[in-house]
Write a new protein. Structure first.
Length: 486
């Protein structure tokens, strides 16, 4: 535990939904829900307006629609979210070399390591400056927590939501934590909380009074001892700048179970390509390919194959995933498929251009010949495998996802409000514009094209020399609880 509140936790407010509202003037101040829109989709983020109806993250999308039928339901745009996240992380990097990202919208910062703060006053000042900088650069708001440990900084940022700052003075941890529910502590999920409840412990104070021996008896030595220390506010975990990803993966849940074996294989190959795109985007390669299959009865199978060396070749990953699929019975139907790569490395073994192709080359067979020959039993008698046509509704939803960007040769930039019955409805507006007009087109309109997201702030303030050039007080005097004074 530190004697000064120099660990900062930033959590952007309703990040995905707030980014969508900033990008779409017609949605500002209205309920917005971002997530999978199919009948099996789940909520990724809900705006604060949608939360008033009871919608929250991880909720089934069908339930969210019942609670908030008039909300805007959008498919995530990760290209936009990563772009904004990069801007936020760049600002955090100016405060300290020790920045520990937890996700696109959340991170810890060690202010002391960067010389940005060394006491309560300087920590409060830099926290307020950070909030101002994020608003100016991204147009979005974030909540900041400051404390002497990671656990308490995260609790503080949660209390600060939305768009606030809370500082927990070292020495006040025990009093602050005592009345809080046990779920506030890291590592206490629903199962552990229920186990503790049955033992008569529902608050952090109950844990502290129970004593370490009792918690060890209930939860085991490691978990029980750790929980007892945290109940008193003790948390000595350092801010770690490098958090190496252990795997890269993608998965899709399908609106209806897939029964056609050819369609299942096509989806696996598509997921393998997306996985490799993420792998390359991270500048990594991997040695083990993992296939995940959730069947009609919710049973989930995983299969893996370890290659001769790390690779980021899409052909290698596709073929490995296809081989793994051959060992899985999908006759009853498939509701979810996933492809991942583990055993990550920073380099690619060059002779793994294509593992299967290399093995064929040893027998004198070329890649082209192998492609033409196909695998016995997979191809129809005519040689070329025909995939079943995708239904028009699914084709429209895949090509024109709700909320995604488009550009029309005549009307300019807009976003998809919805698609169906061979039509796509587009609202033409941009960040910073007034709410735009709505027009409807055929899904195959030659003048309508998918587009990349536009920046949320067209001319952001230059913070290249921040924090040194910022004035000492951007938001007025700050009280000890972090609230700005008038």
């Amino acid at each position: 535990m530190r004697a000064a509140p120099t660990i900062l936790h930033l959590d952007m407010d309703a990040f995905y939904a707030s980014a969508e509202q900033a990008a779409k003037p017609s949605l500002r101040g209205k309920p917005v829900v971002v997530g999978g829109l199919g009948p099996r989709g789940v909520v990724a983020t809900a705006s604060y307006e949608a939360r008033r109806f009871g919608v929250h993250s991880a909720m089934p999308m069908a339930q969210a629609r019942r609670l908030a039928p008039n909300a805007a339901y959008l498919v995530p745009r990760f290209l936009l979210y990563r772009m904004v996240s990069d801007q936020v992380m760049e600002l955090l990097g100016r405060l300290s070399p020790l920045v520990e990202p937890l996700s696109l919208d959340e991170a810890f910062v060690d202010l002391e390591a960067g010389g940005a703060a060394d006491d309560t006053a300087s920590a409060l000042e830099i926290g307020e400056q950070l909030r101002t900088a994020i608003k100016a650069v991204t147009g979005l708001t974030g909540s900041v927590g400051l404390a002497g440990s990671k656990m308490l900084a995260k609790i503080a940022s949660e209390q600060a939501k939305p768009d606030g700052l809370v500082l927990i003075e070292p020495g006040t941890e025990r009093e602050l934590l005592a009345p809080m529910p046990v779920r506030i502590l890291p590592g206490v999920g629903p199962a552990t909380a229920d186990h503790l409840r049955r033992a008569g412990m529902t608050t952090v104070n109950d844990l502290a009074e129970a004593g370490e021996a009792e918690l060890v008896r209930l939860l085991g030595k490691a978990h029980g001892g750790s929980l007892h220390r945290m109940a008193f506010g003790y948390d000595d975990r350092p801010v770690v700048a490098e958090r190496d990803a252990k795997s890269v993966s993608v998965e899709d849940t399908f609106d209806t179970d897939l029964h056609d074996r050819v369609r299942v294989r096509t989806e696996v190959e598509r997921l393998a390509d997306r996985c490799v795109q993420r792998l390359r985007g991270a500048g990594r390669s991997g040695r083990t390919v993992v296939l995940k299959v959730r069947r009609y009865d919710f049973s989930t199978l995983t299969r893996s194959e370890t290659l001769r060396g790390p690779t980021d070749d899409p052909t290698v990953v596709r073929e490995a995933a296809a081989r793994l699929l051959e060992a899985v019975d999908t006759t009853g139907g498939v509701r979810l498929l996933g492809v991942g790569v583990t055993g990550l490395a920073d380099y690619t073994q060059e002779d793994l251009f294509a593992q299967a192709a290399g093995e064929r080359a040893a027998t004198g067979e070329t890649v082209e010949e192998a492609t033409e020959a196909g695998d016995e039993g997979d191809e129809p008698a005519g040689g070329a495998r025909e995939e079943p046509p995708e239904p028009a509704e699914q084709l429209a939803a895949r090509r024109w996802p709700a909320g995604h960007d488009v550009r029309h040769d005549v009307h300019g930039h807009g976003w998809v409000q919805g698609s169906g019955i061979g039509r796509v409805t587009v609202r033409f507006e941009e960040p910073g514009s007034v709410p735009g007009r709505v027009r409807t087109f055929r899904i195959d309109d030659a003048e309508l094209h998918p587009a990349d997201p536009l920046p949320l702030v067209r001319n952001p303030v230059d913070y290249s020399s921040w924090p040194a050039s910022l004035p000492k007080s951007l938001s007025g005097p700050v009280s000890s609880d972090g609230e700005s004074s008038p």
